[in-house]
Design a protein around this ligand. Structure first.
Ligand code: C5P
Length: 293
């Protein structure tokens, strides 16, 4: 029987500026996003009846939750309805999620899983939907799902759903770290004291990594100061990464995951070993980011 396997890569907000707020409470953002070569894994296959199973280092917490609330199941249901509406009757399916990324940690997690589920099921069901229908389904699942569906470097504006591909963004060697403390995205947005920060300026018109790094140094994650107040270990983590030679450290999304950018994957891996020894209970993963360069 054919399995369809899709990686759900960790999403990294290299910068995240909060530029406003919509009437419905959602925040307007200006964000530079890339994706790691590490992530969760979604596997789908035809089955006599629908089934959802989990494995992986971070599957434990999900097992405790109501699985019908999982974004993977919501993605399956929305796609099935959309395909049925265009005359493709989707069959029953077994979905397996290998959960390698920490839960609720600012690197996409559930959003990446939902996007990978859509990709895998479109292959299995051999369904074709207009890009606009897929975008609507993705956005219904969450503000970050459209960018996860794209999966390549991009600038996101609007509430994170207006995407401009960044074909000149180079690859970065990085370390992801997380103190494994749950940070609530709505709570972080709610705690902001200012919501009109300046947007990200013009971007380097080059593929040169040094120039991108220089530009990134002048950007921010506007959610980071608030997140540090609620989870002080984010500041400690950032300092630890800087001490191991990261040229830039910053929080991703609403935290608590931080990334450090290193000159090479070897140096990121060395930093991982050193930091894991100091903080054996925290999450560390070295990775390379994707690029179209
Ligand atoms: O869309 P998603 O479910 O991922 O968003 C989680 C929460 O994060 C929202 O309910 C909202 O409180 C907050 N959010 C926001 N502005 C955004 C994205 C998310 O205020 N652009």
């Amino acid at each position: 029987m054919t399995d369809y396997r899709e990686i759900a890569p960790a999403k990294i907000n290299l910068a995240l500026h909060v530029t406003g707020r919509r009437e419905d409470g959602y925040h307007l953002l200006d964000s530079l996003v890339t994706f790691a070569d590490q992530g969760d894994v979604i596997t789908v296959r035809p089955a006599p009846q629908d089934h959802f199973s989990l494995s992986g280092p971070f599957s434990g917490a999900l097992q405790q939750e109501d699985l019908s609330d999982n974004l993977v199941i919501k993605a399956r249901n929305l796609l099935r309805t959309a395909l049925a509406n265009v005359g493709v009757p989707p069959s029953a399916v077994a979905i397996h999620l290998e959960k390698n990324l920490p839960i609720a940690s600012g690197i996409g997690g559930g959003s990446a899983d939902a996007a990978a589920t859509l990709r895998a099921l479109l292959r299995l069901w051999k369904g074709a939907l207009p890009a606009s229908t897929l975008q609507t389904i993705a956005l219904q699942l969450g503000a970050d799902v459209p960018m996860c569906l794209h999966g390549l470097p991009l600038r996101a504006t609007g509430i994170g759903d207006a995407l401009t591909p960044l074909k000149t963004m180079p690859r970065f060697s990085l370390l992801l770290g997380n103190p494994l403390q749950h940070v609530s995205t709505p709570a972080i947005f709610k705690a902001l004291t200012r919501r009109d920060y300046p947007p990200i300026g013009p971007l380097p018109a080059t593929t040169d990594q040094t120039e991108w790094l220089e530009a990134l140094q002048h950007m921010r994650n506007d959610l980071q100061p608030v997140a540090i107040q609620l989870c002080p270990d984010i500041a400690a983590l950032s300092t630890l990464m800087a001490e191991t030679g990261a040229a830039l450290t910053r929080m991703s999304g609403s935290g608590a995951t931080c990334f450090g950018l290193y000159p090479s994957l070897e140096k990121a891996e060395k930093a991982r070993e050193a930091l894991q020894a100091i903080k054996p209970d925290w999450y560390f993963q070295a990775a390379t980011s994707v690029s179209e360069v």
